[in-house]
Design a protein around this ligand. Sequence first.
Ligand code: UDP
Ligand code: MG
Length: 311
Amino acid sequence: MAPVYSIVVPLYNEEEVIAEAYRRLTAVMEQADGAYELILVDDGSRDKTKAMAREICERDNRVRLLSFSRNFGHQTAITAGMERARGQAIVVIDADMQDPPEVVLQMIAKWKEGYGVVYGQRTQRKGETAFKKMTASVFYRFLRHMTDVDIPVDTGDFRLISREVRDVLVSLPERNRYVRGLVSWVGFQQAAVPYTREERFAGVSKYPLRKMLRFAGDAVVSFSTKPLKWPRMLGILTAVSGVGYLIALLIRALAVGVDQGEIKLMLGVLLFVLGIFMLALGFVASYISRIYDEARGRPLYIIEEETPRDN
Ligand code: UDP
Ligand code: MG
């Protein structure tokens, strides 16, 4: 019989937390009013995560394992888990227990009230570096300013979605998936459950700066075309001021002759303009590289192992 709830847990090198995550999630979900399945998505871990997940699977038939052939990224892991989910309500939760599993029960209560999306909203973040908190806060607000989609601030991927919403989400073909943005984009009735983001149970963040930047880039490129319009504005600005400057120079040269100092100044102006030009090219490149990525149409992920192999 299909479960009522599906819990999707992405895992990347989480050997230190997987046992605890399993223990806590099981304790919470056994209190829920319906059957559940736990979908562990191993995102190409290189430590013992996969072996440990396999062991849990063999012991507990409510648990399923999906293992990628390499690291495809957090958002892809979440997507794969959603695709496999059979429940009527699907919850995505990180393995490191920063998002307390107990909150899931509150999310379920909201879902029963008729909300299609119930997202966890962080009122506080514990045990994260000031840098992480600051960049996250600035980023969420910047993104909000950039896009037309109403993406709630301070909200990660810890959320519950209904079967209906899940069906829409998995049908979206895009590859550069900023899942939390897509969830906002699909609409439906959405509710927030506030919670305090705890410290990681063990281990370190699997989001180095490089991944964070890529993630932020995906978010902006998937939900806004504003950066594509900036070069035009910058172009108008620099062109107008350039023409003004040239006219001034010409008048001066006619009146008092050419001044050597101004040639040096010109070099400065030239470098500045070239810089802006390159920057604009960079913005455009961000979009083109993602278009290229979409056009190649390679699969989103490759599965190496799936237990059990039933659907
Ligand atoms: N994760 C993943 N693939 C990755 C990076 C992270 O599946 O490439 C998982 C990770 O195991 C965790 C969740 O995504 O369950 C969130 O990662 P993390 O806690 O490291 O991020 P942070 O909380 O520091 O933003
Ligand atoms: Mg974390």
